[in-house]
Design a protein around this ligand. Structure first.
Ligand SMILES: CC(C)(COP(=O)(O)OP(=O)(O)OC[C@H]1O[C@@H](n2cnc3c(N)ncnc32)[C@H](O)[C@@H]1OP(=O)(O)O)[C@@H](O)C(=O)NCCC(=O)NCCS
Length: 125
């Protein structure tokens, strides 16, 4: 384990309720957390509240198992007028050897919205 772990937007411990019928974690559970991690990053970047407008192709490279800690790392890749695009990289810590394996990544675009759901500019720092 590294002395200086990276800061994940969210980390989630996978539970039996998250499995599909053949015992590994359901892909939709990971997609939901990708969406949430991206929203956390957008809000950290100054958005007030966001709605998801697009998520690009997502490929799963490794299965995720019950009891694994899954970390969702984020990076702001583009700030538009009302939109912000976040890259979310997903890693699972294997229970047997503590190694981190890359599971998937996704580009997620959010639109900054007001309380009425109308798009508003993303604040520039
Ligand atoms: C998101 C939403 C508010 C956008 O409203 P809109 O009037 O269609 O907005 P626009 O077409 O002007 O696009 C707004 C921004 O999103 C970007 N955008 C729109 N479609 C996009 C797409 N498919 N991929 C990437 N960016 C996209 C635009 O480029 C624009 O960015 P900019 O202002 O930084 O230049 C509206 O489409 C909406 O409410 N969609 C449903 C969102 C939702 O409910 N998500 C959860 C699904 S359960």
């Amino acid at each position: 384990m590294s002395d200086c772990p990276r800061d994940a937007a969210i980390r989630v411990l996978m539970m039996p309720r998250d499995t599909n019928y053949h015992g590994t974690i359901f892909g939709g559970v990971i997609l939901s957390h990708i969406d949430q991690a991206g929203a956390v990053a957008a809000i950290r970047a100054g958005c007030s509240q966001v709605t998801t407008v697009a998520m690009d192709k997502v490929e799963f490279h490794q299965p995720v198992k019950v009891g694994e800690l899954v970390s969702f790392y984020t990076e702001v890749v583009k700030v538009g007028n009302t939109s912000i695009t976040i890259k979310v990289s997903v890693e699972a810590t294997q229970r047997d050897n503590g190694e981190n394996v890359a599971v998937t990544s996704a580009m997620v675009t959010f639109v900054n919205i007001d309380n009425e759901g109308k798009k508003i500019p993303v604040p520039r720092n």
